[in-house]
Design a protein around this ligand. Structure first.
Ligand SMILES: NC(=O)c1ccc[n+]([C@@H]2O[C@H](COP(=O)([O-])OP(=O)(O)OC[C@H]3O[C@@H](n4cnc5c(N)ncnc54)[C@H](OP(=O)(O)O)[C@@H]3O)[C@@H](O)[C@H]2O)c1
Length: 287
């Protein structure tokens, strides 16, 4: 039995879908308040990492876990609580969704600490370290792209080998459903590293209208992030991540996705058409 935590999230949702397609026995963990739905035949468990007994209960009969924590200041504490419970269970593989970048920036640094904690417990781990997700463009930048034909950032000409969440999920499904991945670390990127100007160019071509990237200083962007409700910790972590990007430290292209899946990872130009509706100005205005 496989337990998929964070099953309502951007990554967990896709992992749930792709593991369900393999026919493996699985249980999806949602926070008790979640209204998320599951594919037919999937068991459901209410899990809040702040209430360890909920995870304890969800782990009954489980031998593999996909561990996802939210990208917030609470991530290290939440994952530690989850790992403490998993360490007391019969789990024989813990697949942690981590991040590329190590301790060079706040977000991946949290995950590096999380990996170390799992190692300190001697758990049979598999670490998946994706670079930034292509879906961030949809989830965070669609509003200004649709209202102003532009997206904003502080990444300058930094190149990023961003990865499609669907490829991350395909890797997760593979390592969760076959043997041979315990003790392995996979760094997951797309097939190429692009600057935001190149991303804007691809978006313009695919969407058939001009999309511009506007580069700002961190001092210019920070107040805007706060004004639209981004919490202070998250704004600073985001700007710190964009500093890493600006410095060209997220441009590495790895071959782990291709080795594991036997095909090239999805490029940004291949990824975008599936998300066309999010950038359809008329459809967005009507909804
Ligand atoms: N965005 C990127 O480019 C990127 C790149 C590399 C790595 N990552 C990492 O990928 C991970 C997942 O990202 P994502 O976009 O899928 O995040 P997400 O959509 O925010 O999903 C986080 C999940 O964690 C669940 N969760 C929150 N608090 C919880 C608690 N107390 N107990 C149990 N579950 C809880 C959420 O449930 P609810 O829906 O109920 O809140 C949700 O299902 C993050 O750790 C992030 O750092 C992100």
């Amino acid at each position: 039995m496989i337990l998929i935590t964070g099953a309502s999230g951007n990554v967990g949702r896709e992992v749930l879908k792709q593991v369900a397609q393999t026919g493996a026995k699985l249980r999806a963990a949602f926070q008790p308040s979640s209204k998320a739905t599951v594919p037919a035949g999937v068991e459901v468990a209410a899990v809040d990492f702040n209430q360890p007994e909920t995870l304890q209960c969800a782990l009954k009969g489980v031998d593999r876990v996909f561990l996802v924590g939210p990208p917030t200041a609470q991530l290290p504490a939440l994952e530690r609580k989850a790992v403490d419970v998993i360490a007391e269970s019969d789990v024989r593989q813990l697949v942690k969704l981590s991040a590329m970048g190590g301790r060079q920036s706040i977000f991946p640094g949290q995950h590096a600490d999380g990996e170390d904690y799992i190692l300190s417990k001697g758990l049979p781990y598999t670490f998946l370290r994706p670079n930034g997700f292509m879906q961030n463009m949809v989830n965070y930048n669609a509003p200004t792209i649709n209202s102003q034909g532009a997206f904003y950032g502080t990444e300058g000409d930094g190149q990023v080998s961003q990865v499609d969440i669907c490829d991350v999920a395909a890797v997760a499904a593979k390592v969760l459903t076959e043997d041979g991945h315990v003790g392995k670390v996979y760094t997951l990127t797309g097939p190429e590293a692009l600057t935001n100007a190149q991303v804007a160019q691809i978006m313009s071509e695919v969407l058939g209208r001009e999309i511009r990237y506007v580069n700002l200083s961190p001092e210019q962007l920070r107040p805007t992030l706060l004004s639209v409700g981004v919490p202070e910790w998250s704004a600073d972590a985001l700007l710190d991540l964009q500093r890493l990007y600006r410095e060209g430290k997220a441009a590495n292209v790895t071959h782990d996705v291709a080795h594991l899946l036997g095909r090239k990872p999805t490029s940004f130009a291949e990824f975008l058409p599936d998300y066309r509706a999010a950038f359809d100005v008329r459809e967005q205005a009507a909804s």
